[in-house]
Design a protein around this ligand. Sequence first.
Ligand SMILES: Cc1cc2nc3c(=O)[nH]c(=O)nc-3n(C[C@H](O)[C@H](O)[C@H](O)COP(=O)(O)OP(=O)(O)OC[C@H]3O[C@@H](n4cnc5c(N)ncnc54)[C@H](O)[C@@H]3O)c2cc1C
Length: 784
Amino acid sequence: MQTTQTPILKDIVLVGAGHSHVGVLRMFGMDPMPGVRLTLITRQVHTPYSGMLPGMIAGLYTHDQAHIDAAPLTRFAQARLYHSEVVGLDLVTKHVICRDRPPVPFDVLSINIGSIPSARQIPGVAEHAIPVKPIDGFFERFEAARARILKREGRARIGVVGGGAGGVELTLSLQRRLARDVADAGFDPSALAFTLITSSDELLPTFPARMRRRFTELLRERRIGVVAGSKAMEVRRDAVLVAGNGPIALDEVFWTTRAAPADWLANTQLALDDEGFIRVSETLQSVSHAFVFAAGDVASIDGHAPPKSGVYAVRSGPPLADNLRRMLLGRRLQPYKPQREALYLISTGERYALGARNGFTIEGPWVWKLKDFIDRRFMAKFNELPQMPLPATGPPPAIADAAALKEISAMAMRCGGCGAKVGANILTRALGAVEPAPREDVVVGLDAPDDAAVVDTGGKRLSVHTVDYFRAIVDDPYTFGKITANHALGDIYAMGAEPQTALAIATVPYGIEAKVEADLAQMMAGANAILRDAGCALVGGHTSEGAELSLGFAVNGLVDRDTALRKGGLRPGDALVLTKPIGTGSLLAAHMRGKAKARWVMAAIEHMTQSSKAAAQILRAHGATAATDITGFGLLGHIVEMVRAANVDATLALTGVPLLDGLSQTIAAGIFSSLQPQNVRLRRAIRNMDEAAAHPLYPVLFDPQTAGGLLASVPSERAQSCVAALKSAGYASATIVGSVEARSQALAPITVALEETRQPLESAAIPSRQDQREEVVHAHQPVL
Ligand SMILES: Cc1cc2nc3c(=O)[nH]c(=O)nc-3n(C[C@H](O)[C@H](O)[C@H](O)COP(=O)(O)OP(=O)(O)OC[C@H]3O[C@@H](n4cnc5c(N)ncnc54)[C@H](O)[C@@H]3O)c2cc1C
């Protein structure tokens, strides 16, 4: 997806989207290193910014204001984003071992994975407490606790274990937020009770005395109980057992005690300190493996002991980026000495904060404003990234043809996946003059094109053939392999066939042998994972080097005679069922421009890698008579193909079309696939075109899909149960999007219904097929 003219020579792999790595990515984005490729492997693609986390809990910031989004950031840095969890390292072969994908090779590795709670020895913490660390995932844990508290109508005893800055700030934020939510839900907020438990004799033991005193007063004013000087020994379902104090009855227990390192580090051969954190020198290099760097909570810098806090993780970013660069350039690395003192600003869960530095303390609403300003300025660096230059396509030709030049400049942002397909009209024109050799055994060929060709090889079953090939739509070759294989299988399933064998054709960017091999291995591992699941044997293929990573498959399938689902099998009265949401074209175009949120991209990937095998079986079991897979020509283009082949009309409920998350935002921002304009040419097939074109969701009809869902015609009386079965098989967005009618005299066969409902036709009375049959069937008119 990222195009580069310079072959890749070195791979830097960043593990964890922590506070230091986000800085590294930004710095490499500002000043890329030709020949050096960055890959970020992270468990969560939205990283919470620690400074704003308590404010988000208190309800002062939204999720997106308090999180750094790895998708635009990695796009900006021209880095690859691998959404995965690292579980180990092979430091001999230099591979990162991930939970759910093949090992990832590296030349230089950097680890910034934060920490976990140091409470493993305390019974009951794992089962009953809500750890704030790792901070990724804490928001989800908090939301679950909030839901439980509301379910109890606010009658809840809430405990926070840990009296450091994190624990105190969290307690105050929790109190403000939960009291407000409980009141908003119509319950009495005074039924909420809060207790802070700390093993130190005083709260905030590392802070100036005045700060400690002020927070103690504040907690008292806000009726928050403090149990100090007592260690929590055990967490039970409804209490915390505290040394010398007995059990304290609590319904929810948040755990914010000291940080501990992730368990898997112990098995890596990296030199670790006594607590298990990675020992690094002042250059942030591992003292045992110079090609491994570490920063943030996970690092223990020899000779320094900065607190495990986001401030220090952020500060490590620039020296880490500099030393990674120096290492690859063979230059001397520079030492980083963490500052002794930092300005600490702790909010009180409202727009009020206290601060401390060098023994001095400050407080007031203005301190909160200062903190808010500093935090927002920091986040703006990641949320308002400078405009990325378009990939160079060479100087424009010196001709005075404005239309041609406009087209050429648009080519700089051509989409991958099915967005890279040639438009339907071009294809029809180009193939118009092609006359294939006539053969009796071709059952479905170019004369009546379908999702796949069907050939009679004389056996009991017919042979089904399809081919797909496109350039990468995501930077991760493993995920790209999965998407491509799944996309190719879609045609086989749309024909109601069973996949048999596949041949691969792959293009890998020029590069040194090891890099080419690694990319190819990752891509084919992804593809094969999907093919194996489908029972489709990879039997061969062809590879070549080229400018961009591309992959395709020629897939063969088998189908029983007379059972193939043809596009032309639509019957008046049928319901049109769609199995997956629409939106990959616009979303991936937005991702290419760094304008898509990571969660939208990850959800789109999930849909693109979801097999249509079960969907095809369910559709068939519910009497489907026609099917197609929605791909490059978009929903409308594929419906047009079907109605033309069947000589029928159709109604499509625009507001009932299921959409991928984020699609409404990307189309509202005017971001479309480069194939969209060609698909829009099919609009003449819409009977009420002017009315439909005025609707904000109109562009959805033309959005090209990669590995899209199946669209099938199902007898209307079975459509509801078909959708229910699809939903329970995991196609959560499956829905009825339209109906088939007998051909009318209107030139354009498709009516776009615009009523404002997300499920327009599921509950609507769809005329029975018998009623429809009475209607006159007119000759089909060409629409293209
Ligand atoms: C409630 C609370 C409030 C806090 N408030 C402040 C504050 O105001 N100021 C402050 O300075 N500090 C604060 N801290 C401390 C701060 O959150 C941590 O010190 C800081 O987040 C550590 O940053 P980091 O860069 O080391 O890692 P993190 O920010 O924790 O990031 C780790 C990253 O690594 C990823 N990751 C983890 N494990 C894996 C894996 N195995 N594979 C792949 N990816 C992985 C995660 O998804 C994440 O992206 C607070 C902590 C808490 C709990």
